[in-house]
Design a protein around this ligand. Structure first.
Ligand SMILES: C[S@@+](CC[C@H](N)C(=O)[O-])C[C@H]1O[C@@H](n2cnc3c(N)ncnc32)[C@H](O)[C@@H]1O
Length: 281
């Protein structure tokens, strides 16, 4: 009789299988998927390396591997992604939150730290709710936090995350700031910013509405900036994430639309210019 595969055998098999796929980190992906199939923590998995795996669990694991080979992002397969130290539910209706967006949260927290009174803050295009929820949790829900999206499915995911993580957020379905009746102190946005020719392998399973923004990729951010002067309180600010290629486009649009504001571009840890910050008077 053939002896059962061990954890170690399955890890090796998975790494080999994924090496020939879209995965850029086959070893790590195989480990995450095996942990998922076994319901094991990292420590438990490594403690069990020489142990045999039940055939049913091995079958589940191979099904997960197949999804990854088909290009489905790990976060959609497991249904989870960590962002700013919290675990977010994700599915194919929301963008998988990216590590670089954690800097946008940092800049928002830095700005809010200087305020003594509770502020009105909006996260436009909230997706999984990653930005709004992280800011709300880090500030102990002391600000009035609004979060919007055009996608009702995304808002459903975001509301589940807010509830599970204990963030107090008002969610609104609507485009950009069109729905906003009362001005806010801080506008945060990581809106779609890709041009159609920037489609690439690895993002084809994410929702198009979360990725693309017109021929130059800047149409949504431009429209948001155009409406910002009407929706910001005196002394308010806008912080948005950009495609680094759109740095100059963003700077000239911001200077044209808000000529009296303080405008700067902020970099991520790698030194890449990725965020536009506008401080109104
Ligand atoms: C790049 S994703 C970012 C999601 C989330 N903020 C994050 O950082 O992970 C952009 C989000 O904007 C939403 N969106 C697209 N067009 C929009 C619009 N006109 N108004 C508001 N949200 C929009 C999409 O549905 C998507 O959830």
């Amino acid at each position: 009789m053939r002896s059962a595969m061990t954890v170690s055998d399955l890890l090796r098999e998975g790494t080999r299988t994924l090496r020939e796929s879209v995965s850029e980190s086959p070893g790590l992906d195989a480990e995450i998927l095996l942990r998922e199939a076994l319901g094991a923590t990292r420590e438990q998995l490594f403690d069990a390396l020489p142990s045999p795996v039940r055939p049913a669990a091995a079958i589940s694991y191979r099904k997960l591997l197949k999804q990854r080979v088909d290009g489905i992002p790990i976060a959609y397969i497991t249904g989870r992604r960590e962002f700013y130290g919290h675990e977010f539910i994700v599915n194919s209706h929301v963008l998988v939150p990216r590590p670089e967006t954690e800097f946008l949260v940092e800049f928002a927290l830095e700005w809010l730290k200087q305020k003594e009174e509770p502020c009105r803050v909006v996260d436009v295009g909230t997706g999984s709710g990653a930005i709004a929820i992280s800011v709300a949790l880090e500030t102990a829900n002391q600000h009035i936090m609004l979060a919007s999206d055009v996608s009702p499915e995304a808002l459903h995911v975001a509301a589940r995350n807010a509830e599970a993580l204990g963030a107090s957020i008002q969610f609104v379905e609507g485009s950009l700031l069109e729905w906003l009746n009362e001005p806010v102190d801080l506008i945060l946005a990581n809106l779609p910013y890709l041009r159609p020719d920037q489609a690439h392998v690895g993002i084809e399973h994410e929702p198009e509405v979360a990725l693309y923004a017109g021929d130059d990729g800047f149409s949504l951010n431009r429209a948001l900036l155009e409406d910002a002067p009407n929706k910001l309180r005196a002394g308010g600010a806008v912080i948005m994430e950009l495609d680094p290629e759109q740095r100059d486009l963003a700077l000239s649009a911001a200077h044209e639309i808000l000529p009296d504001a303080g405008i700067d571009i902020l970099a991520d840890l790698a030194g890449t210019d990725r965020y536009l910050r506008i401080q109104s008077n």
